[in-house]
Design a protein around this ligand. Structure first.
Ligand SMILES: Nc1ncnc2c1ncn2[C@@H]1O[C@H](COP(=O)(O)OP(=O)(O)OP(=O)(O)O)[C@@H](O)[C@H]1O
Ligand SMILES: [Mg+2]
Length: 307
């Protein structure tokens, strides 16, 4: 069963061919649901969400990105047109099944996206009166994942991109996920922001979802030449030794250019330093989810090719 619709817009640059790695990534024992959250704006949430999703899909895994940010930046990077489509607003507010809004992402064998439609900006206000308003996404996602599993088409990874706030949309994402991925830009106020996120997470754990935890921290837009970046990285390393994936994503022009071509950097320039770093991080995430021993994780094969 597959309700997805292939995105194709004649007037946009298209990804040609299908991207797949020669060496597949290990499948997780069960579907892993990640929420990419940090209430600080512009720290690389969306860039991390779409590029890790793309890298996992290139590794042969079945991946769903949920764009839960009314800005719709994840849709842009994945080449999904947000005009005149049903998206996460309809799912959260109007009970439309998730399967009816999910679209296939061009250029990847198993990458799909549940788009942020233009109405999503009004979702928080419109959900206020609902009973269990914090669990709307969780219920929709559970149903969707169960349907896919039953049809033999299990999703391996769900990656939810959040807006830069700790409002009801982010709380829905934290309630729906077991794992939180926190992108941290190594600058002065980064760790203060983390304290607030941890407080919200604690509340969600107490009231809504006991199992959710920060499992993954990614350092973004890293500039190794600055002392501040290295100091912040050391501090994160000290506080989150198990969660940190110690492969910083470098600040790189190709990463920031890719969305303007409606692409992730994984297809835009797979051999650029940013793409290689995201691929390494994705492979490590997949390794951690499969229980494989560590020495396989450094075995980076960035041999993306067009099939
Ligand atoms: N590694 C990188 N190198 C250079 N530019 C980057 C890198 N990562 C992200 N950027 C750029 O930084 C900006 C912010 O990134 P992004 O949109 O991913 O952050 P965000 O946390 O999702 O923002 P928001 O809080 O608005 O949702 C974007 O213009 C993006 O292209
Ligand atoms: Mg964003």
């Amino acid at each position: 069963m597959n309700d997805s619709r292939e995105t194709s817009k004649a007037n946009k640059p298209k990804v040609i061919g299908i991207r797949r790695l020669k060496e597949p990534m290990p499948t997780p024992l069960k579907t892993r649901v990640f929420t990419v959250a940090n209430q600080k704006g512009g720290v690389g949430k969306t860039t991390t969400a779409v590029n890790i999703a793309a890298a996992l899909a290139m590794g042969g895994l079945k991946v769903l990105v949920i764009d839960l940010d009314p800005q719709g930046n994840a849709c842009t990077a994945l080449g999904i047109d947000r005009e005149d489509i049903a998206g996460m607003y309809e799912v959260l507010v109007k009970d439309l099944p998730l399967s009816q809004v999910v679209e296939k992402v061009a250029g990847f064998p198993h990458l799909e996206c549940a788009p942020a439609d233009v109405e999503l900006a009004g979702a928080e206000i419109n959900m206020v009166g609902f009973v269990s308003r914090e669990s709307r996404l969780k219920l929709a996602l559970e149903k969707f994942l169960a349907e896919r599993e039953a049809s033999g088409n299990r999703i391996d990874y769900v990656i939810i991109d959040c807006p830069p706030s700790l409002g009801l949309l982010t709380v829905n994402a934290l309630t729906a996920a077991e794992e939180v991925m926190v992108p941290i830009q190594c600058e002065y106020y980064s760790l203060e922001g983390l304290t607030l996120l941890l407080k919200t997470l604690q509340q969600v754990q107490q009231m809504l979802n006991q199992r959710v935890r920060i499992s993954t921290i990614v350092l973004t837009m890293f500039d190794s030449r600055t002392r501040l970046a290295n100091d912040v990285a050391n501090s994160v390393r000290q506080h989150f030794p198990n969660e940190l994936i110690d492969v910083p994503i470098p600040r790189a022009v190709r990463v920031s250019e890719a969305p303007s071509f409606n692409q992730t950097v994984m297809t835009y320039d797979a051999s650029s330093p940013g793409a290689i770093a995201y691929m390494t991080v994705a492979r490590e995430i997949a390794r951690r989810g499969s229980g494989e021993p560590l020495n396989n994780s450094n075995n980076l094969n960035n041999g993306a090719h067009t099939a």
